[in-house]
Write a protein that binds this ligand. Sequence first.
Ligand code: HEC
Length: 199
Amino acid sequence: MKKHPAIVGVVGGIVGTILVAIVVWLTVVYTGAYNVAASDPHFDAVRWSFDTTMHRSVANRAGGADLPENASEALLAEGAGHYAESCAHCHGGPGQEPAAWSRGMRPEPPHLVEAAIEWTGEEIHWIVSNGIKMTGMPAFGEHHSAEEITAIAAFVSALPGLSADDYSRLTGSAHGHAEETPSPAAGEPSTGAAEPHSE
Ligand code: HEC
């Protein structure tokens, strides 16, 4: 029987490439050559790979969320309350900068008043519920109810059209609701409580 040198060459090439890839991978993992410092920005190619992977992955998985077409003021206010409490220190808000420490994260959490335009309501819902690996974006579905996630997603979808005044009105009424506990010492609702993370 005759050998088939062409096939042997191709198979040898594939096996060789895989071996080289394994050696490169183990070298990167074990030598400590890769700089994990958040203060060291990603190379453009790495950043592009993460961004594209994230966008494609979310687009593939999002869907099936039951989001209202026109969110009511009450739903937006509920979402705004959660947003001010759990998101604004990383993502900022209308007329509000994120906390200074969040600028030291890599990747930096985007200012959602602008960035939310890039995503559909269902994608935002998926991201809030599941989080994003290797970015620091937490999965809120693990400790928030389905109704709360829907309210947050509806609010984030509406964010690009909101002014600073809309934002403080919505967060104000969300807290008015939450603090409806009858108390003899109840004074006027503190406005500072609506923005525990500013500054
Ligand atoms: C500890 C900081 C942190 C908190 C808190 C946080 N996020 Fe994020 N979020 C991130 C990071 C980091 C990313 C990924 C940024 C990237 O790679 O583009 C992200 C991404 C996102 C994205 C995708 C936007 C984009 O273009 O990348 C959305 C939408 C989002 N977060 C919504 C929220 C909402 C809503 C909350 C609150 C319920 C929240 N996040 C809380 C850090 C945070």
